[in-house]
Design a protein around this ligand. Structure first.
Ligand code: ADP
Ligand code: ADP
Length: 224
C-alpha cells in the first residue's frame, strides 16, 4: 500500500481562487518524490493539505492509512514538514529549538534521538550555539532537524533550495540523500528541473492546480 494516498483533491481559497483541480497521487514508502512546477502551480497548497495544515475543499488524504482530517494526530505524527521560511527564535540554541519541536508532537523527551538527528545533519558541534550565530546553510539544516525530532517516517520539504547558491544547493541534496538512506520517505517541491533530475526517484509535474504527469525520473528526462 502507498504510504500516502491522495484522492481527487480540490482547493478553492476564500477569494474564489481554485488552487487545486482534482489531484490524485500515491507516494511510495522509501522514495524521493519531486513535485516540479512553476511558482503558483499549487505545490505548497498540495503539501499543506497532505500535512493537514490547510483544509481541502474536496477529496481525501490518507497518511499511513489515517485520514489526515479525521485522524489528524496519528497522521501528523508520521509527517515532518520543512517550511520555506525560517520561523524560529534566533536567540534560542540549536539543542533547545530541536528538542522543543519533539514536544510539540506530544512525544516524550529523548536526548538520544535529538543527538542522532543533530549528528545526521552535521549540527552536533553547534548544539549550544544560538541560531543567529549560524550560517545560512546551518539554519536550513536546523529547520530539517526540527522536522525530524519526532521521528517521522515521511519528510516534506517545501522548495528546500529556493534562492540559495550552488554550493548550498549541493549540500542540501546530500542531506536529502542521507535521510533517505536512513529510511525516510521524502517529498520535495521545486521549480528547478535540475533539482528533480539530480535527486528524485520519481517526478510529478504540477501546473495550474493539476498533476499533469508523474513518472520515474529517467523515463521523464528522456521526454524533456
Ligand atoms: P481559506 O479559504 O483557506 O480560509 P483565505 O483565502 O481566507 O484561505 O486566506 C488565508 C490567508 O492567506 C489569508 O491570511 C490571506 O491573506 C492569505 N492569502 C490570500 N491570498 C493569497 C495568495 N494569493 N497567496 C498567498 N496567501 C494569500
Ligand atoms: P506554489 O507552491 O506552486 O508556488 P501555491 O500553492 O503557493 O503554489 O499557490 C497556488 C496558487 O494559489 C497561487 O496562485 C497563489 O497565489 C494562490 N494562493 C495560495 N494561497 C492562497 C490563499 N490563502 N488565498 C488565495 N490564494 C492563495
Amino acid at each position: 500500500a502507498p504510504i500516502v494516498s491522495v484522492q481527487n483533491l480540490t482547493k478553492t481559497y476564500g477569494n474564489g481562487f481554485q488552487a487545486l483541480k482534482g489531484v490524485d497521487l500515491e507516494i511510495h514508502e522509501g522514495e524521493i518524490l519531486a513535485l516540479l512546477g512553476p511558482n503558483g502551480a499549487g505545490k505548497t497548497t498540495l503539501i499543506s493539505i497532505i500535512c493537514g495544515i490547510v483544509n481541502a475543499s474536496a477529496g481525501q488524504v490518507l497518511v499511513g492509512g489515517h485520514d489526515v482530517v479525521r485522524d489528524f494526530r496519528q497522521a501528523r505524527s508520521l509527517i515532518g514538514l520543512v517550511p520555506q521560511e525560517l520561523t524560529t527564535d534566533m536567540f534560542e540554541t540549536v539543542w533547545n529549538t530541536v528538542s522543543f519541536s519533539r514536544g510539540v508532537y506530544g512525544k516524550k523527551p529523548n536526548p538520544q534521538v535529538i543527538e542522532q538527528v543533530l549528528r545526521d545533519l552535521s549540527l552536533w558541534s553547534k548544539k549550544d550555539n544560538m541560531l543567529r550565530e549560524l550560517s545560512g546553510g546551518m539554519k536550513r539544516r536546523v529547520l530539517i532537524a526540527k522536522a525530524l525530532a519526532h521521528e517521522p517516517k515521511i519528510l516534506f520539504l517545501d522548495e528546500p533550495t529556493a534562492g540559495v547558491d550552488v554550493n548550498l544547493r549541493r549540500e542540501m541534496w546530500q542531506v536529502v540523500e542521507k535521510l533517505r538512506a536512513n529510511g525516510v520517505t521524502i517529498i520535495l517541491t521545486t521549480h528547478y528541473i535540475e533539482e528533480a533530475e539530480e535527486i528524485a526517484d520519481r517526478v510529478g509535474v504540477i501546473n495550474g492546480g493539476k498533476l499533469l504527469l508523474i513518472e520515474e525520473k529517467n523515463a521523464l528526462m528522456r521526454k524533456l
